[in-house]
Design a protein around this ligand. Structure first.
Ligand code: IDP
Ligand code: MG
Length: 150
């Protein structure tokens, strides 16, 4: 099983889409192993997005992501990183496939509702940035026996 870091960004919270977005992951039987609301301090936002430090959109990105509370999650499932990236859709919602979160609810790259780690290495780094060990939980769900061929 793989874990990934997912965030409903401030626009998702303000637009009342937390339930809709989380529900899509739950329906897909991805397991929520951690979840919390937070208002990201600028310093943490800078570390989270450090790969984009030299991009022209870095400052607008920081002010977007710190503009209101977000909902952070750790989700677990087979190939969770790529499964969730597919469910999110392309960075620019206008290029995203219908049926993806970004295509179904967003219109602009700078207001694209969700973040999901882009590789297992990024996932490990981001989970550590946002969660303490005691905020992550291992548990069994009865439906698990029905998710995969044994
Ligand atoms: P991702 O979120 O699909 O992984 P990244 O390229 O890692 O996309 O960019 C991180 C975030 O930065 C995007 O989700 C989006 O919010 C923002 N962003 C990326 N490119 C642009 C841009 O050209 N203009 C404005 N914001 C951007
Ligand atoms: Mg990214």
């Amino acid at each position: 099983m793989e874990r990934t870091f997912v965030m409903v960004k401030p626009d998702g919270v303000q637009r009342g889409l937390v339930g809709e977005i989380v529900s899509r992951f739950e329906r897909r039987a991805l397991k929520v192993t951690g979840m919390k609301m937070m208002w990201i301090p600028r310093e943490l936002a800078e570390r989270h997005y450090e790969e984009h430090r030299d991009k022209p959109f870095f400052e607008p990105l920081l002010s977007y992501i710190t503009s209101g509370p977000v909902v952070c999650m750790v989700l677990e499932g087979e190939n969770a990183v790529s499964v969730i990236r597919t469910m999110m859709g392309k960075t620019n919602p206008q290029d995203a496939m219908p049926g993806t979160i970004r295509a179904d609810f967003a219109q602009a790259t700078g207001r694209n509702l969700v973040h999901g780690s882009d590789s297992p290495e990024s996932a490990r780094r981001e989970i550590k940035l946002f969660f303490n060990d005691y905020e992550l939980h291992e548990y069994q769900k009865p439906e698990e026996d029905w998710l995969f061929e044994s």
